[in-house]
Design a protein around this ligand. Structure first.
Ligand SMILES: NC(=O)c1ccc[n+]([C@@H]2O[C@H](COP(=O)([O-])OP(=O)(O)OC[C@H]3O[C@@H](n4cnc5c(N)ncnc54)[C@H](O)[C@@H]3O)[C@@H](O)[C@H]2O)c1
Ligand SMILES: O=P(O)(O)OC[C@H](O)CO
Length: 331
């Protein structure tokens, strides 16, 4: 088995699979980080306080890592996803390839599994998404996720590779819905972090999360996703985890913005990728094109990219036209 990307989530997946008896190779670019995994079983940069299973080995040689594997998980930030897939130079053909990346490619509006379809011949493609804060997984907190594919056998294979007493894997055939939900929730985690910095109460948190669910579902259903997917782990599940935890990088960026930091400073402080910032840009553009009503996306965009005051977020939630509660389910 191979995992491309030795950040926090790639390492968490490698650790589970290795503990389940698989020989796992982690592809990382940094030779020092590779040494730390191979010699000390620690991901010194991303998860320094955790011991990784000794059957996880790391390598900087992408071709060697991929050639050896029948299943390849990809946990690379969306901005480099296509570049890394191209670098595998055809070696992914015939393999099970699972994207775990929650982002949207600029210009094409492609999700990562769509990039895989475009770039790889004959792969069996799936998407893994859900409320999966990496740090909680490596700490063995009870967690569930979703494997999405139309290929039932692939779903069963991934369930057996990852299932253990603290990690449960459900399946869903709505690949587009599961994958889009994972990308969209990052936008609302930024909004929630901002609200947390401003001291919002429980009523407000609940309204924000529920209206976020309505908004992301409305957008996704317009693009062809199944609204039921948004009631599951990859939808409301991931939205709740990310909008309520300061382990979420997107939440933390929002929190810093809410404290008055610029986007640049907020991202600098974080030192890791918060996918929601790029996703916000892509979704705002697409929603405008399609005429989808997304007041939270519009307000957040105007705060981050047009210099509006945080008060517009309140207007986005409170002052727009009245709507019915769950209109996205009854389209
Ligand atoms: N961290 C989580 O809790 C979590 C959970 C589920 C899904 N995800 C998703 O997984 C993806 C990766 O997240 P992460 O948390 O592991 O990120 P991370 O920032 O912890 O790690 C990303 C890794 O990718 C590597 N990388 C970046 N650009 C690269 C390139 N061009 N070539 C090779 N390697 C490159 C980095 O060096 C790093 O090792 C994101 O889309 C994220 O949304 C994260
Ligand atoms: O740290 P974040 O905000 O990228 O969120 C991590 C995962 O997507 C949570 O499921």
């Amino acid at each position: 088995m191979a995992v491309l990307g030795g950040g926090s989530f790639g390492t968490a997946l490698a650790d589970i699979s290795a503990a389940n008896g698989h020989r796992v190779k982690l592809w990382m670019r940094d030779a020092e980080q590779v040494g730390s995994i191979n010699n000390n079983h620690v991901n010194a940069r991303y998860l320094p306080e955790f011991q990784i299973h000794p059957s996880v080995t790391a390598d900087t040689d992408l071709a060697a890592v991929v050639s050896d594997a029948d299943i390849v998980f990809i946990a690379i930030p969306s901005k480099s996803f296509r570049e890394v897939v191209k670098k595998t130079g055809g070696l992914l053909s015939g393999k099970i390839v699972i994207s775990t990346t929650k982002g949207i490619e600029p210009v094409t509006f492609d999700l990562m599994s769509q990039i895989l379809v475009e770039e790889v011949n004959d792969a069996r493609i799936g998407v893994l998404s859900g409320p999966n804060l990496a740090r909680e997984i490596v700490a063995k907190a009870l967690t569930a996720t979703v494997i999405a594919s139309e290929d039932d056998e692939l779903c069963q294979t991934i369930q057996s590779v990852l299932h253990c007493d603290y990690f449960r894997v459900y399946s869903n055939s709505d690949v587009y819905g599961v994958e889009l939900a994972g990308a969209l929730k990052n936008i609302y985690a930024i909004v929630s972090g901002m609200g947390a910095a401003l001291g919002m109460g429980e009523n407000t948190k609940s309204m924000l999360i529920t209206r976020s669910l309505a908004e992301m579902s409305r957008f996704a259903v317009t693009l062809g996703a199944n609204p039921m997917t948004f009631l599951g782990l990859a939808g409301v599940g991931d939205l709740v985890a990310t909008c309520t935890s300061d382990l979420s990088r997107n939440f933390r960026v929002g929190y810093a913005l809410g404290q008055g930091d610029s986007l640049e400073d907020a991202e600098l402080k974080l030192g890791q990728v918060a996918e929601g910032v790029n996703t916000l840009k892509q979704v705002k553009q697409k929603a405008d094109e399609l005429g989808v009503y997304m007041p939270l996306v519009g307000s957040l965009y105007s705060i981050i990219f047009e210099g509006n005051a945080i008060g517009v977020l309140v207007k986005g939630m409170m002052l727009r036209e009245q709507k019915t509660d769950v209109e996205f389910m009854s389209r």
